[in-house]
Design a protein around this ligand. Structure first.
Ligand code: HEM
Ligand code: HEM
Length: 123
């Protein structure tokens, strides 16, 4: 689970910096929220979670870890693809998708936090 998350986080990183480079080259900063959240919630947060899962197997071998993994990796793409679509098309009908993605991602992080607080012990 830890290694898988680290690999997935690197994919978010590659997509995130591509948005950064695109914005720098075009001086079009409208995608800043997509860039910021792919990098922060995708790359930074998931790499750290992956390292924690790898270092502490007791934390990774729980149903909460599985739930975190799936909710985070379903919620974040939903939120980011929705936000990308909203910014590029202006179609506000997509907002419920962004909101649902944001709620799933937040739920994922809360489960991750609870899992770490209850299962992480000095080994
Ligand atoms: C090659 C890599 C990167 C490039 C070219 C790049 C470029 C940019 C650009 C052009 C902006 C918009 C600035 C503006 O609105 O004035 C931005 C904002 C931002 N970037 Fe990056 N970025 C890169 C990597 C990263 C990484 C790795 C992270 C986080 C882990 C990050 C986090 C942010 C955040 C949080 C903002 C929003 C800042 C704000 O709202 O004030 N960026 N970046
Ligand atoms: C599911 C969790 C999250 C949701 C739903 C969320 C939502 C939002 C929203 C609605 C904004 C305002 C965007 C705008 O007005 O342009 C925002 C901005 C921002 N958030 Fe988050 N956020 C989340 C998690 C995070 C995390 C974990 C970080 C940092 C580690 C973060 C860093 C930022 C930054 C730097 C900005 C300013 C970006 C910009 O200038 O466009 N967010 N976020």
């Amino acid at each position: 689970m830890g290694i898988r998350l680290i690999k997935i986080s690197v994919v978010y990183f590659m997509i995130g910096v591509l948005f950064g480079l695109y914005m720098s080259m075009t001086h079009d900063y409208s995608f800043t929220p997509v860039h910021a959240h792919i990098n922060l919630l995708g790359w930074t947060a998931l790499t750290l979670a992956g390292i924690i899962y790898h270092l502490f197997p007791a934390v990774s071998q729980t149903k909460l870890a599985k739930a975190h993994f799936w909710l985070h990796n379903i919620g974040l793409p939903l939120m980011m693809i929705g936000l990308f679509y909203l910014i590029s098309s202006g179609n506000e009908g997509i907002i419920p998708v962004i909101a649902a993605g944001g709620v799933l991602t937040t739920l994922a992080v809360l489960l991750f936090g609870y899992n770490v607080l209850t299962k992480l012990k000095a080994e």
